[in-house]
Write a protein that binds this ligand. Sequence first.
Ligand code: FE
Length: 249
Amino acid sequence: MKYKAFHKLSYGLYIIATELAGKKYGYIGNTAFQVTSSPSQIAISSHKKNHTTDKIIGSGSFSMAVLKKEVNTSLIGEFGFMSGTDIDKFRNVETITSKTGAPIVTDSAVAWFDCKVVKTVDLGTHMLIVGEVLDSDILSDEEPLTYAYYREKYKMLSPKNSPTYIERDILGKEEEPKPETTAEKESNSEKGSGSDNMNTFTCTICGFRYDPEEGDPTMGIPPGTPFEDLPDDYKCPICNASKEYFRED
Ligand code: FE
């Protein structure tokens, strides 16, 4: 089996949220899709270990916010890689409610859906939850974020609880079919020798990979900056973890 084949499936990225007993719960999901049009139903696949899963089933409702392409990455860090038991994920985000009362995150969102749970299917590690859409709206004409863009731009992998999670070790063993482009060839020849401390480092919290050849433009780090030369107060652009949480690849 070729695991990288799964990367050819197209997904968006969404904030799935609910509220139960006065507390809000939410996570970033990429497995969400419309399954019927009449009535309009959306299905999500959510890990049983994800705290939000039980709460969605308990409350009988969930919201789904479609994230925009140039998403505020701190949203990905907090909703995708932090636990609601450690932080209040909703403390810095704008939310609204509609028919079901589930909180709808409007920050970095281009559209949203408010859904009533109508069916659940136990898939072993995950629950497939089908919701009937009771309300929806468009917030912006900006492009929605695709999972492929996110993975390419941030060198990220799915979090462990994602249905699309594949171990980095497995992916690393698979050959890349992509031929080297002319631009890459030039860039590779420019690198030349002496780049002995240009190893990549991975954030152990969220899986973001720092590549010295690219630097980190989001944090003002120019290409060609070895990890060792990053300022002491450098923080992971996705989850805000400090340098000590990074490990050399
Ligand atoms: Fe991180």
